[in-house]
Design a binder for this molecule. Structure first.
Ligand code: FAD
Ligand code: NAD
Length: 474
């Protein structure tokens, strides 16, 4: 049979395409199928999944442009640079973002060719078992594979009774393609997407209001960081209401009204020309024929897997957003490598306790390991070293003195348990923190490493020293 493979990967997002490439490197005959509606110039579905098409990459492109705009509008003058008031050309900004998406998604097809991964455009579904493994359908084609890696990802959760047209009422797809700066933008859900996309449009001039159901702001983060973030974002001009309950939402042709009750139970109403709904994501399992072959899902609708990403079925693995754990591209990629290596008999592994999280706002927020509230709840005795960016020469030099680094270490063993950063460059600084955590480092280890001067990384160094009450510059 022509369509016979060692491994079929279903889904070409960061989990799936990385699994396919790594498996091919290990000598397997691999195919990867992809069915998304984002077509390339040949009319084939683009690879790269949510991340490259409508997630990480396009959102970061818009965050960069809007950051430059805000710097030009508000920060240049303070450094003696005089310019006329900047203007934003939204179509050009979107075209640049789309160009990056084209380049990267096309690049994955190139990587497939280089690594001899067969790309099968089309929707993949289980058809049954075969003597050697699994029978599947990709579009109308029949495929057989010894192993199947399900990497079907996730899609935005919508609110019941509120259709998303991605013009007036947007999820992440429409939020990345708003074609003019809205006067008023309401965002339901002050999570990661809400804060990133809310920041983009606020920087460009929109009045942005975020409506968050939970009583606490950014409850995934360390509470200290969340408090600081709320203070900074509010000062920047984002209006954030927590503890709200969304009532009726009435979209019109040009605007939308949102009624809600605030945290004191008082009725309130907002009118906006755009609404973004960013209230989490749901795993993609429908259309896989999972039930017919007995693939087990958990109570959250995710494919059930063990620590090795093995499902309830022999030879079937699942990775990324469609399984438990944080919905992050780098976590999906790690699991892709892990599974390919496990199939090859190697010791593939993903440490879910050392997956960093980043929010690409200004300032950036990043963390790895446990929060202070988690350690308290677990009754772990810990010490903390907290140092502000204000005490760092480089932070002052680049005009980014806001925020701090907080390091949490075991009170007895000194082992680092968590590192939390709000400040410039947090997305890069968190890598050093992750190395420390992954290798069971102690705060003393980081304190004894020579950090280049003047760099933002010195704040991490100082936080390590502060764990032992011997910070030198604070
Ligand atoms: P996906 O990327 O969702 O890919 C799954 C693919 O499978 C899709 O292309 C889908 O079309 C395809 N598929 C589904 N079912 C089938 C089927 N039956 N047959 C064939 N193909 C199928 N994460 C970060 O780490 N950093 C960020 O900065 C970041 N920013 C984000 C910004 C936004 C706006 C969004 C929405 C997400 C962001 N994420 C970010 C999350 C990140 O995009 C996801 O965690 C990541 O894409 C998950 O990878 P995946 O391979 O599991 O799934
Ligand atoms: P999220 O889980 O980050 O935030 C959703 C927010 O919506 C939560 O705070 C939740 O309490 C709130 N919410 C839920 N229902 C609500 C309701 N009815 N009314 C008001 N608020 C409500 O989810 P998201 O922002 O949609 O992003 C989805 C996922 O995509 C994230 O969890 C993350 O894994 C990934 N992502 C990552 C990045 C990054 O790494 N920088 C960026 C964007 C997205």
């Amino acid at each position: 049979m022509a369509n016979e493979f060692d491994i079929l990967v279903i889904g070409g997002g960061p989990g799936g395409y990385v699994a396919a490439i790594r498996a091919a490197q290990l000598g397997f005959k691999v195919a990867c199928c992809e069915s998304n509606p984002y077509a390339d110039p040949k009319g084939e579905p683009r690879l790269g999944g949510t991340c490259l098409n409508v997630g990480c990459i396009p959102s970061k492109a818009l965050l960069h442009t809007s950051h430059l705009y805000e710097e030009a509008a508000h920060a240049f003058a303070g450094q003696g640079i005089e310019i006329n008031a900047p203007k934003i050309d939204v179509p050009k900004m979107l075209a640049r973002k789309n160009g990056i998406v084209d380049q990267l998604t096309g690049g994955i097809k190139g990587l497939f060719k280089k690594n001899k991964v067969t790309f099968l455009p089309g929707h993949g579904a289980f058809a049954g078992q075969s003597a050697n493994g699994w029978q599947l359908k990709v579009g109308k084609e029949e495929v057989e594979a010894k192993h199947v890696i399900v990497a079907t990802g996730s899609r935005p959760r919508h609110l019941p009774g509120l259709p998303v047209d991605n013009k007036i009422v947007c999820d992440n797809v429409g939020a990345l393609d708003i074609d003019a700066v809205p006067k008023n933008l309401v965002v339901i859900g002050a999570g990661v997407i809400g804060l990133e996309m809310g920041s983009v449009w606020r920087r460009l001039g929109a009045e942005v209001t975020l409506l968050e159901a939970l009583p606490d702001f950014l409850s995934v983060a360390d509470a200290d960081i969340a408090r600081e973030a709320l203070k900074i974002f509010t000062k920047q001009g984002l209006t954030i209401h927590t503890g709200i309950k969304v009532g009726e939402v009435k979209p019109g042709k040009k605007n939308v009204t949102v009624t809600y009750t605030d945290k004191d139970g008082k009725a309130a109403k907002l009118e906006a020309d755009r609404l973004i709904v960013s209230v989490g994501r749901i795993p993609n399992t429908e259309g896989l024929n999972a039930g017919a072959v007995g693939l087990k899902l958990n109570e959250r609708g995710q494919i059930e897997v063990d620590a090795h990403c093995k499902t309830s079925l022999s030879g079937v693995w699942a990775i990324g957003d469609v399984v438990r754990g944080p919905m992050l591209a780098h976590k999906a990629m790690e699991e892709g490598v892990q599974v390919a290596e496990l199939i090859a008999g190697q010791a593939g592994h993903t440490n879910l306790d050392a997956v960093p999280g980043v929010i690409y706002t200004t300032p950036e927020i990043a963390w790895v390991g446990k929060t202070e509230q988690q350690l308290k709840a677990e009754g772990v005795a810990y010490k903390a070293g907290k140092v502000p960016f204000l005490a760092n020469g480089r932070a002052l030099g680049i005009g980014a003195p806001e925020g701090f680094v907080k390091m949490l270490a075991d009170a007895k063993t000194d082992r680092i348990l968590g590192i939390h950063i709000i400040g410039a460059g947090a997305s890069d600084l968190i890598s050093e923190a992750t190395v420390a955590l992954e290798f069971a480092g102690a705060s003393e280890d980081l304190a004894r490493i020579c950090h280049a001067h003047p760099t933002l990384s010195e704040v991490l160094h100082e936080a390590a020293l502060a764990c032992d009450k011997r910070a030198l510059h604070f």
